[in-house]
Ligand binder design. Structure first.
Ligand code: G6P
Length: 608
């Protein structure tokens, strides 16, 4: 989704803006632009397409001590130069960048057009913001932004500069991410930490309905009543390298290879010397858990797929019934949620709008809200009663990989923790699972060491347009995730199915050389999977099976078998998903796609 960045200081803002925007590219965008104030004249440059298109139209002598920049992911109006941000009022005295959606923009636009005779240039909802601020502007930008925001409904993170205030940057947020970076003689705004990490580690996390007034020397935060707000500095501890490729060709590949580290961090930070699980942000007690009769897991995309595995883990270890739903469905179906429900939101970014709104809906209905989130201080994190961070580090590739495996890890910890708390899990079983869980980082390393096997397979299949993923039990959940990964970055129309459902229709599609990824990691379902593999083989399919070591008999049935280290059926998901991630990656790279920034996709979906 759109990314915003802003600078006010003593240096030339332009390189800061471009660098910041390049770090926000991962969010997904289709046009970009900047606005600066040169000798009390606002100058705006915008270009459809990648950042390099913007760079080519920039005047190299351009210099300004204040500026705003934007990467746009089109919602209202096609990707084009004119729809790109920043937007300005007619006399170009106010320039605005916006991430989010102004829901009542039509009403405001009509009022401005008919009553105030304002003419609009773009089809965007965002342009109304510039005209509205101009309408209210009487020499104090912050004041005008307050008045304009008062008329706006929807979600926004907005950055504004004014021609007549060349040393000031004003920003405001509601439901779209916004952070402030504190420098020396310079301050910044951005949608996300990586955009600013090159310049500062000291951040202020801006909350909903807060306004920020920035100059080079000072950052003031105000609430909606214009009262000053104090905010502690959040010091970013992870390294700039985490947001760099470090020799990998793509972020996606680097992040796949970072999974041992992410999983290790997620586990080890939660285990004490006696191997007891200590979940700092989770305040569930035995009494609270006794009052819970249902768990609802809600998320989008890959996080939803992690939820599917989480459902099995909680049912298995804590014996509490679990429902799992995609957030865009949950929100609108008046779900059975009450004060006896534990609602679990799963989100890498913590900013996905449907997930956030589902969380609010569940809260309204009285549920206790626990979230599994990667981005520290994000909206989902802040609005939850209980919080379990995944320690994956920043995920830049749009296709989620390390966030997924750390979400699975977090679910296992949570399920074990709940099982111990409510007495449904014996000590012996608990320690058996924990012991195995601690081995996962090393076992992931072993899977990754075999990536050349997947590279070879990808080289033989990357042009195959008919791809199916199938599995049973947890493997079915993994099939959904494997297929999504392939779709996202290779653009192949792949399909995932519960293997037992094949015969009820889908088998009609199997023909010579259909490529089937068959996940067969579950011991109790192994024989059933072998039968399913035989069924598709008999119809000409090419089968790539993923199974645990010790399943060598599969070689007689499948064309290729990838073995993951032996482990418990409950935990194997963390290992078995990795070959599917690698497959999607290598196929995408071989097809010459933009792996890290696949077409039409956004990293963080902050609109409905
Ligand atoms: C987008 C991303 C996916 C992600 C989904 C949910 O669609 O491209 O990779 O799984 O949003 O995002 P979240 O940040 O809530 O996990």
């Amino acid at each position: 989704m759109c990314g915003i960045v802003g600078y006010v200081g003593t240096n030339n803002a332009v390189p800061y803006l471009l660098e910041g925007l390049s770090k926000l590219e991962y969010r997904g965008y289709d046009s970009a632009g900047i606005a600066v104030n040169v000798n009390q004249q606002l100058q705006i440059f915008k270009a459809k397409g990648r950042l390099k298109n913007l760079e080519t139209i920039l005047d190299t002598s351009l210099s300004s001590v204040v500026g705003i920049g934007h990467t746009r992911w089109a919602t209202h109006g096609a990707p084009s130069d004119v729809n790109a941000h920043p937007h300005a009022n007619e006399s170009q005295t106010i320039a605005v960048i916006h991430n989010g959606i102004i829901e009542n923009y039509m009403e405001i636009k009509e009022w401005l057009t008919h009553d105030k005779h304002v003419s609009f240039k773009s089809e965007t909802d965002s342009e109304v913001i510039a005209h509205l601020i101009d309408y209210y502007y009487e020499g104090d930008l912050l004041d005008a932004v307050y008045k304009a925001v008062d008329r706006m409904e929807g979600a926004y993170a907005i950055g504004v500069i004014a021609k007549d205030e060349p040393n000031r940057l004003v920003a405001v947020r509601k439901d779209s991410p916004l952070i402030v970076g504190l420098g020396e003689n310079e301050n910044f705004i951005a949608s996300d930490i990586p955009a600013l990490l090159k310049y500062t580690r000291n951040m202020l996390l801006i909350e909903n309905d807060e306004f920020v007034d920035l100059t080079k020397d000072e950052v003031k935060i105000y609430n909606s009543l214009k009262q000053p707000v104090k905010r502690d500095i959040y010091e970013v501890t992870w390294d700039i390298d985490s947001a760099e490729k470090e020799g990998f060709e793509h972020f996606t590949l680097k992040e796949i290879f970072e999974q041992p580290k992410g999983v290790k961090e997620t586990i080890l930070r939660r285990l004490n010397a006696k191997d007891e699980i200590v979940l700092e942000g989770v305040h569930l007690t035995k009494e609270i858990l006794e009052g819970i009769n249902k768990v609802y897991i809600v998320a989008c995309g890959t996080a939803y797929h992690a939820g599917l595995v989480g459902r099995r883990a909680i049912e298995q270890f804590a014996k509490i019934p679990v429902e799992c739903d995609v957030a865009s469905e949950f929100r609108y179906r008046d779900p059975f949620v009450d004060e006896h429900t534990l609602f679990i939101a799963v989100s890498q970014s913590g900013e996905t709008l449907d997930t956030l709104q589902s969380l609010r809906e569940a809260k309204r209905k009285g549920a206790r809200v626990l979230s599994i989130v990667n981005v520290v201080g994000s909206s989902v994190a802040r609005e939850s009663d209980d919080l379990l961070y995944t320690w994956a580090g920043p995920e830049i590739g749009v296709a989620s990989t390390k966030a997924y495996t750390t979400q699975l890890t977090a679910f296992y910890l949570l399920a074990l923790f709940m099982g111990q708390l409510n007495g449904k899990l014996s000590d012996a079983r608990y320690h058996e699972v924990i012991k195995e869980l601690k081995l996962m980082p090393e076992k992931i390393e072993r899977v990754l060491a075999k990536s050349p096997e997947i590279q070879k397979l990808a080289a033989s299949q990357f042009n195959n347009e008919k791809v199916f993923f199938m599995g049973r039990g947890i493997d079915c959940d993994l099939a959904y995730e494997g297929s999504l990964k392939l779709k996202e970055i290779s653009y192949i129309n792949s399909f995932a199915i519960a293997a037992g459902e094949l015969k009820h229709g889908t088998i009609a599609l199997i023909e010579d050389d259909t490529f089937i990824v068959a996940l067969a990691s579950q011991s109790n379902l192994y024989d059933k999977m072998v039968s399913n593999i035989k069924e598709v083989k008999a119809r000409g399919a090419h089968v790539f099976a993923i199974a645990k070591e010790g399943s060598e008999q599969l070689e007689k049935t499948a064309d290729e078998v990838f073995y993951v280290p032996n482990t418990m059926d409950e935990l194997v998901s963390i290992l078995a998903v990795i070959p599917t991630q690698l497959l999607a990656y290598y196929v995408s790279a071989l097809r010459g796609n933009d792996v890290d920034k696949p077409r039409n996709l956004a990293k963080s979906v902050t609109v409905e």
